[in-house]
Design a protein around this ligand. Structure first.
Ligand SMILES: NC(=O)c1ccc[n+]([C@@H]2O[C@H](COP(=O)([O-])OP(=O)(O)OC[C@H]3O[C@@H](n4cnc5c(N)ncnc54)[C@H](OP(=O)(O)O)[C@@H]3O)[C@@H](O)[C@H]2O)c1
Length: 322
């Protein structure tokens, strides 16, 4: 079966974003780079939050001549101090934030957990803990910007398999006692962000800020390379071989763009958006994305979502907001 090209609708793709300010994490590569390119094309100003600033600057040279603008600010999501520094710099320069796109992510493919200096396993740190701190520190500016959007990148992997649904292991969030499983660590991290987008939607109801989690598709990006040159070279070989079942980075950015810009996405705050996935072949592929019901029952458990958020406040060194 030929894959349908992923796209946002014309009205969304032609909205003038002049004057609007966005943050895209992991903006130097893959889905984040193409999300950034489209926002800049439509006149937006994008703050590219990158752990490798030089890579962000290099990639952004291709935005020359586009209507909008960009800047690159260092942000390593696996380092809470770096996240705090990023927020300090951002707030010193900007007084509005129309969209926060928590796009960055990675998977630790080694045979053992890697712990950050704050004790988090790095897969969950990059996708969830770092983005949690970033988001909570930017909530005020999001609330003060009319109709602002919050998007966080999940993955279809959050669902696990029908026989083995991923769940949040509150007794060992940081993989200190369990047998290491890279696939499960990524699945749990991506489940955590689905739950966080839902919890935020509940907490932010009535503030004008809407939220979404996104599965981008199977992107022919640098995913899995961890910034490593050899892995990137290997990905360059694998990418063409999987072309028939995967999506370009531009296509994979479309669902994030739908959630960041379209009028419709605001009607589904907290929802999980995906246009298609290798694991959902029976679903109709609708251009523009639509909220999809996660097949993982744990992704709908608001008690788990609230408990996770409560615990995370403490873990990232924030006082809970009640
Ligand atoms: N590719 C897929 O098929 C697929 C499927 C489902 C979900 N996703 C999700 O989509 C998002 C984008 O991934 P992609 O496919 O575009 O992969 P990618 O090309 O590898 O881009 C990932 C980005 O995240 C950044 N990143 C990783 N760890 C970071 C950290 N500690 N701090 C700051 N930035 C960090 C990377 O920076 P460096 O360049 O420095 O490594 C890179 O910019 C990820 O959240 C991923 O989990 C991807």
């Amino acid at each position: 079966m030929a894959r349908k090209k992923l796209a946002i609708d014309k009205a969304t793709a032609s909205k003038d974003l002049s004057g609007k300010v966005y943050i895209v994490t992991g903006a130097n590569s893959g889905v984040g780079l193409e999300t950034t390119r489209q926002l800049v094309t439509q006149g937006g100003h994008v703050v590219m939050a990158c752990r490798r600033v030089e890579s962000g600057e290099e990639e952004a040279k291709s935005f020359k001549g586009l209507k909008g603008s960009y800047e690159v600010i260092k942000c390593d999501l696996a380092d809470l101090d770096s996240v705090r520094e990023f927020v300090k710099v951002f707030l010193s320069k900007h007084d509005r934030l129309d969209g926060l796109d928590c796009n960055a992510g990675m998977v630790n493919m080694t045979n053992k957990p890697i712990h950050t200096k704050h004790g988090f396993e790095i897969t969950m740190a990059a996708s969830y803990f770092g983005h949690f701190l970033l988001t909570e520190l930017l909530l005020d500016i999001l609330k003060n910007t009319p109709e602002s959007r919050y998007v966080i990148l999940s993955s279809v992997v959050h669902a696990g398999s029908p026989k083995n649904r991923h769940e949040i292991h509150f007794d060992d969030l940081h993989w200190k006692n369990r047998k290491w499983n890279a696939f499960a660590s990524y699945g749990e991290a991506k489940l955590a962000v689905v739950l966080y987008a839902k919890e935020l939607a509940e907490r932010l109801e009535g503030t004008g800020v809407t939220t979404a989690s996104v599965h981008p598709g199977w992107a022919r990006s640098n995913f899995g390379s961890g910034g490593n040159f050899l892995m990137r070279a290997m990905m360059a070989i694998i990418r063409p071989l999987t072309r028939g079942v995967s999506d370009s980075n531009e296509e994979s950015a479309q669902t994030s763009l739908h959630c960041l810009i379209s009028d419709d996405a605001r009607n589904h705050s907290g929802a999980y958006f995906s246009q298609h996935s290798v694991l959902y072949r029976d679903k109709e592929c609708k251009a523009g994305g639509w909220p999809m019901k996660s097949p993982n029952p744990h992704a709908h458990d608001m008690d788990t979502a609230r408990k996770l958020v409560d615990m995370t406040y403490d873990m990232v060194g924030l006082a809970p907001v009640k």
